[in-house]
Design a protein around this ligand. Structure first.
Ligand code: C2E
Ligand code: MG
Ligand code: MG
Length: 760
């Protein structure tokens, strides 16, 4: 647009300026012609005036051939010659005096008091000498005295001679320019004949000839008058008739002037020089000004259009950028830059559609950091943010190209992956993800590297909506949390049943402790070598007013995240010790194991709680075992070791619960003052089927023995498992095979039928 405007505008400006130049030129030519005509007519008038004066002077002379200077002066005054003719310098009567009449003429002149004689008062011809005739001036008037000519000058003895005689014979005026000092003057001679008319032949003219009227004028004055009001104009005034050829110039000749010549008749021509505006663009000022002005305007407009145009496109660009940014913001998490829930759902949708086409399986991993809330609470949000960012990076680092990592918010991440087989898709990724989080994370907001663990719920396969897949992964995550955290659980439809409404229970939990809704069940532990009862594990239950008995997996995670686990855990300790002391009082030295949550272990208060429970109940500390999961131990190792020492100082023993599912880092074990190793039931479940599980269990037992630990196997459900574990020299067993978690009465009955092994 701007370019077009420049091209069209410039062309238009040139055409316009041309037209103006043309018009200007025409106008100025017109003006010039008019002014030249004006000058010419002024000059013509001046010439006519001059002739009028000559004719009237001639008439005076014809009537007074012997007029004296005084008489002539009177005449010039009467006709106001000098006033009316500003160019007039001198006016004279000239007569032709034959040598014979010179004496009489001289006597008349001497007698004329107003004459101008020689210095000595005599009349002498000048130049002196005897000539057949003399052309003398009997009367003469000058504008100034200085110009008054001496009476005796013989004009026919000067350069004027031929002009004078010529005009006598031709009857025409004779003109002769001459210099008087510095000024150009024009001498005009007009012959006077008797009768006032010019005879037709030369002879007749000579016969009727009386004399001349001679005038000296300043042509400059006439010309200046004519040039008045015509600046920048020069004029050349020519006379060219007969032998007279004169030219006068006046005015200032402008550069590159044009000229026009006008015939004034009677031999006079006037040539006027004036500046005429040319047709050329560059020579015409106003056209040039117009051209430059309009081009400048065009350029300004073009610039305006360009600026508006570019700022519009810049604005559009900005809008584009902004739109992209907003789009990115709409689909990405601000902190980590990872896809957010909306984008994750969209990706799941695409992946599921592709999976249907290509017979593959999509898996969603729902990942939640186990101890994030504590980090946020103790180190602050900045540390929390840095940690989340780093976790995001690690997750991205372990994934394949086609996988997606996103953040749902808080410490919740989602990983999407695809695989060919339905069963294990996602599990390999989950293990890689857990391993990736193993190395402590260094962040600037914390002096010590932070250890984070995560729980992962895996859901795979097709669903009606992407949300369903995420929900199922979330349920599996809940299970992973409940099962001790720092692990991955695969979703199974059976999870839906119990979990569907677990979240609504959270609200009711707050009132549960005050309302006495918690109670404990006790699951026996058996000496695998002898089959004797060694003790019980206290397991928490919640009698919900409307839902009935709720299992710990469905409310302990909520207790932990709300922090309620601390008072509830204290209650469990007190209740278990009270019951243990009671059994003891009845003569049963039963070991009582109490599960202690990570949250509890993170506070110094745990030492007081345990101490309080023991003193309040009088329970023998040697019979109390505190079960801690690996992940609970691994949080803030140094502090944990300190607290474990203090607890042990009370005389209680420490067990690692669910061993093998967490870090499985045997090296760590040595740091902790542990007494018992409880092998997770997942190994027990498969001990009869896979040789790997058997090998692992053997390793655990050997390790336990090396560290002088008691080894307990959880979840023994059948004899096959019992025998294999016994063969692997596992000390103690726990599981449905021996007994489910029992209420106090059931324990009592159990005690009646079994032998108690003294553990003292
Ligand atoms: P846990 O400490 O590993 O307790 C053993 C769990 O295994 C119990 O589940 C028990 O019922 C179950 N179990 C025992 N034998 C078998 C078996 O042969 N087969 C199968 N499939 N399961 C068996 P429960 O009572 O549902 O407790 C689940 C978890 O809840 C416990 O795992 C423990 O981590 C936690 N928990 C229970 N009570 C407390 C508590 O008072 N405080 C804390 N912090 N956690 C508790
Ligand atoms: Mg336990
Ligand atoms: Mg366990």
């Amino acid at each position: 647009m701007a370019m077009l405007l420049v091209v069209v505008g410039t062309a238009g400006s040139i055409v316009g300026a041309r037209q103006v130049a043309q018009e200007d030129s025409n106008n100025s030519h017109q003006v010039f012609v008019t002014s030249a005509n004006g000058i010419a007519s002024t000059l013509k008038l001046a010439v006519q005036h001059e002739q009028d004066l000559t004719i009237s002077a001639g008439a005076f002379l014809a009537a007074n051939p012997e007029a004296t200077d005084a008489q002539f002066m009177q005449w010039t005054r009467s006709v106001r010659a000098f006033a009316r003719y500003p160019e007039l310098q001198t006016i004279s009567e000239l007569v032709m005096v034959p040598a014979s009449q010179l004496g009489a003429y001289a006597a008349r002149q001497v007698a004329d008091p107003s004459g101008t004689l020689a210095a000595n008062g005599t009349f002498e011809v000048s130049p002196p000498g005897n000539r057949p005739y003399y052309c003398l001036s009997p009367a003469s008037q000058a504008r100034s005295v200085k110009q008054d000519l001496p009476d005796g000058i013989d004009f026919c003895a000067t350069v004027l001679r031929s002009e004078l005689l010529g005009s006598r014979d031709s009857g025409k005026n004779e003109y002769l320019p001459y210099k008087s000092g510095k000024t150009e003057e024009l001498a005009v001679g007009a012959a006077i004949y008797r009768g006032g008319v010019v005879p037709s032949t030369v002879a007749a003219r000579r016969a009727a000839f009386i004399g001349w009227t001679g005038t000296a004028i300043l042509p400059g004055v006439i010309l200046d008058t004519a040039l008045k009001g015509h600046p920048d104009t020069a004029v050349a005034f020519h006379y060219g008739a007969g032998r007279s050829k004169v030219t006068f110039t006046a005015g200032t000749m402008p550069r590159g002037a044009q000229s026009t010549t006008i015939n004034l008749r009677n031999g006079w021509y006037v040539q006027v020089f004036g500046a005429v505006v040319g047709e050329g663009l560059l020579t015409n000022r106003s056209a040039l000004v117009l051209l430059i002005g309009s081009i400048a305007l065009v350029l300004l407009l073009a610039l305006l259009i360009y600026v508006l145009g570019t700022s519009r496109s810049r604005a559009l660009e900005l809008v584009d950028e902004r739109t992209n940014e907003l789009e990115h913001q709409a689909f990405h998490d601000a902190l980590t830059g990872l896809p957010n829930r909306a984008l994750i759902l969209d990706r799941i949708d695409h992946m599921m559609a592709r999976a249907r086409r290509e017979q593959t399986t999509v898996a969603a991993l729902f990942l939640d950091l186990d101890n994030f809330k504590d980090i946020n609470d103790t180190l602050g949000h900045r540390a929390g943010d840095q940690l989340l960012t780093e976790v995001g990076k690690r997750l991205v680092g372990v994934l394949r190209g086609g996988d997606t990592v996103g953040r749902l918010g808080g410490d919740e991440f989602v990983v999407l992956t695809e695989g060919s087989s339905r069963s294990d898709v996602g599990q390999g990724v989950a293990q890689r993800v857990l391993a990736a989080l193993d190395p402590p994370i260094e962040i600037s907001a914390s002096d010590v590297p932070l250890t984070v663990t995560a729980s992962i719920g895996i859901a795979s396969g097709d669903r009606a909506t992407p949300e369903e897949l995420l929900r199922d992964a979330d349920i599996a995550l809940y299970r992973a949390k409940a099962a001790g955290k720092h692990r991955a659980e695969v979703f199974t439809p059976s999870m839906l049943v119990s979990v569907d409404d677990h979240r609504s229970l959270d609200v009711d939990l707050h009132a549960a402790l005050g309302a006495d809704q918690f109670f404990l069940l006790y699951q026996p532990t058996i000496d695998l070598a002898t089959g004797a009862l060694t003790g019980v594990e206290a397991l928490l239950r919640w009698r919900h007013p409307t839902r009935g008995v709720v299992q710990p997996l469905d409310f302990i995670p909520a207790l932990e995240s709300s922090g309620l686990i601390v008072p509830v855990g204290q209650w469990v300790l007190e209740e278990a010790c009270r019951q243990g002391a009671h059994w003891h009082a009845q003569g049963h030295r039963l070991v009582v194991s109490v599960n202690v949550a990570a949250k509890q272990l993170q506070r110094d208060r745990i030492v007081d709680d345990v101490h309080g429970a023991l003193t309040a109940s009088g329970f023998d500390p040697a019979l109390l075992v505190l079960e801690l999961t690996e992940s609970a131990l691994m949080q803030d190792v140094a502090m944990t070791v300190d607290r474990l020492r203090m607890l042990k100082a009370l005389g209680v023993r420490i067990a690692i619960d669910d061993f093998g599912t967490g870090f499985s880092s045997l090296a760590y074990l040595q740091q902790f003052p542990i007494d018992i190793l409880k092998i997770d039931r997942s190994f027990v479940a498969s001990v009869a089927e896979t040789s790997t599980s058997a090998a692992i269990i053997r390793t655990f037992v050997q390790l336990g023995k090396a560290l002088a630990l008691e080894v307990i196997a959880e979840g023994i459900e059948n004899d096959d498992q019992r025998m294999r574990l016994a063969a692997e020299k596992v000390d103690t067993g726990q599981g449905f095979l021996f007994g489910r978690p029992l209420d106090v009465e059931a324990v009592h009955r159990f005690l009646q039928h079994s032998r108690t092994v003294s553990t003292a």
